[in-house]
Design a binder for this molecule. Structure first.
Ligand SMILES: Nc1ncnc2c1ncn2[C@@H]1O[C@H](COP(=O)(O)OP(=O)(O)OP(=O)(O)O)[C@@H](O)[C@H]1O
Ligand SMILES: [Mg+2]
Length: 340
């Protein structure tokens, strides 16, 4: 886990097998710290350095080894009791709705990727806006007490909405807005570049919450034909792989939104499934499916290693994502969802 004092003292040149020339090449490629090298993807690094993938992988592993020896990263093998202790120290961030926090057993976790998928208007971007506010609150109040990085690939981020949510929740709107670093990604290569430099941004903005809304839209639009699907998947895989490492090494929460694709051959159940195939699903620690239900939303957790398989009803209002009002006639179990 991150220990900033130790990390700051480590230089790329301290890594086994990295001489001045390699260090210079890495810096030219935008890798300026041991942390960044430890989270690099071998395919990318080898093309940056002009060497083989194996050599690149050796450098990355050497960087991870140095981080372990410095106590920044945990050892490769731990015992289950230590792992449980580590999980207890995970930070959790409120989503703004208690029901959804409970579904997530306490909120959105650091060291994990949480994916929200659903059709248009299902509330994915509303969750992102709300997290921009809640994650900045101190830990005692359910936040992560740190900055937010929001990567907007669809041009749907609205500071006015953050302002509204912050005010409705009784928080200082100016301070909240100042704590959000926004980056608009214009094409898939741009998004890949941003993710590649994420380590530096996390340190610059002291962020604990990274939001990508959405992870798929740019790649989906640019790699449209069947023939380019394998290429698209490979590039998405690179992004997701990198994000997994970033979440763990920097102890940050990563939230991504995903679209749905329809599966017309489904005869029973919901004919929609998340876009992006296995690549996004495998890398995401938690997947939450959002669905419109009248004026409300139903959130359902899919394929979690330890969460109960259930769903909850939430709503969208001036506070962003919120619980259904106690006195509302709609305050009923999500199991009744089909009645509306
Ligand atoms: N201030 C508000 N008060 C109440 N509801 C709101 C408010 N702002 C937005 N909404 C609701 O949120 C919906 C939009 O949801 P959102 O933008 O999160 O969809 P999305 O899942 O991101 O969809 P897309 O796939 O198009 O990006 C609106 O249709 C509206 O129902
Ligand atoms: Mg959206």
């Amino acid at each position: 886990m991150t220990n900033s004092r130790n990390v700051a003292e480590l230089e790329i040149e301290d890594i086994e097998g990295v001489g001045p020339t390699t260090a210079r090449k890495m810096k030219e490629a935008g890798i300026s710290s041991v942390m960044e090298l430890a989270t690099a993807v071998p395919e990318e690094l080898s093309s940056d350095l002009g060497g083989s993938k194996e050599t690149a992988a050796t450098f990355i592993m050497a960087a991870q080894k140095l981080l372990r020896e410095s106590g920044v990263l945990d050892n490769e093998f731990t015992t289950a009791d230590i792992e449980l202790e580590k999980r207890k120290s995970l930070l959790r961030c409120s989503t703004g709705a208690k029901a959804l926090d409970e579904l997530l057993l306490g909120g959105i976790e650091t060291q994990a990727i949480t994916e929200f998928y659903g059709e248009f208007g299902s509330g994915k971007s509303q969750i992102c806006h709300t997290l921009c506010v809640t994650s900045q609150q101190p830990a005692e109040e359910g936040g992560l007490g740190a900055g937010v990085i929001l990567i907007d690939t669809e041009g749907t981020f609205r500071p006015e909405r953050v302002d509204q949510i912050a005010r409705a929740r009784g928080f200082d709107s100016d301070e909240t807005l100042k704590g959000i670093a926004i980056c608009k990604a214009y094409n898939s290569s741009h998004l890949e570049l941003i993710v590649k430099s994420m380590g530096k941004y996390i340190e610059d903005f002291k962020a604990k919450m990274i939001i990508i809304d959405s992870i798929i839209s740019l790649h989906r639009a640019e790699f449209a034909g069947r023939g380019t699907l394998a290429d698209r998947q490979q590039r998405l895989n690179g992004i997701m792989h990198k994000l997994v490492r970033i979440a763990e090494i920097y102890n940050v929460a990563i939230v991504v939104t995903n679209q749905v694709q329809s599966t017309p051959d489904t005869f029973f159940g919901d004919p929609t499934k998340p876009a992006g195939g296995n690549v996004i699903g495998h890398a995401s620690t938690y997947r939450i499916y959002l669905r419109k239900a009248g004026g409300d939303r139903i959130a359902k957790i899919i394929d979690s290693p330890y969460h109960p398989y259930e769903d909850v009803r939430i709503t969208v209002n001036e506070k962003g994502i919120d619980d259904i009002a106690e006195d509302s006639p709609k305050k009923k179990s999500a199991k009744d969802k089909d009645s509306d």
